[in-house]
Design a protein around this ligand. Sequence first.
Ligand code: 6PG
Length: 251
Amino acid sequence: MAATTGICAPQPTILPDADALAAAAAEQWIAACREAVAARGVFHVALAGGSTPQRLYRLLAQPSNRMRIDWTRVQLYFGDERAVPAEHADSNFRMVRETLIDHVPVAAQQVHRMAALPERIEDAADDYAALLRERLPCDAAGVPVFDLILLGMGADGHTCSLFPDTPILDERARSVAPVYVARLDSWRLSLTYPVLEAAHRLLFLVSGADKAARLRAVCRGAQPPAPVQRIRARGRVDWLVDRAAAAELAA
Ligand code: 6PG
């Protein structure tokens, strides 16, 4: 049983390769969708950016999987976004549009882009937080509760855009906040820890040898904790990793 709750001391499920990881992730995504629709009539899911989830998105769009999902009940959101126009090569929205949205029967009203541009980044964060409060159930503290948040992990242990040594790691009042990532010279918007911690399910997808050392450190509870280790999840947490990312776990 790979699912755990509480601090991210993962017990990852290891898949042979990136394709097998995507297939396992698709099954979890579809199960989470069915679970949410059965319980609440809707599936509010925040999608991850980067490269790892692209195989998953393409797989969900394939007819054999697409037909297993009641897309009329699906509401698509983003866990984070780079502060670039929607059609910029770095845009997570563009990536998700190309790999998923353009290939499944969702109306524009079901897709909630995290619109972020540097010149109005604070307002954009507040706008998205207001959208989440309006559309999602909220917990007793007023934190929006996703049914599922898809997450990746960087080699530095970031997730969403919760990067090491950035002020967003201490943000507990806002659901969405801007963050300037000096290493990337890039402004971003990201869900904050309270939203990740309130979600019914978190699903981490970690692929590639470049993640092996960090995954080992995270699984061993290395100190000081990387951003991903600081999540105090109250819901179910699953980690799906491929063999390359798991290469140092047994060491
Ligand atoms: C982003 C993602 C980011 C990503 C990790 C892992 O906008 O880039 O939200 O948190 O999940 O950087 O990225 P890969 O899957 O490409 O390794």
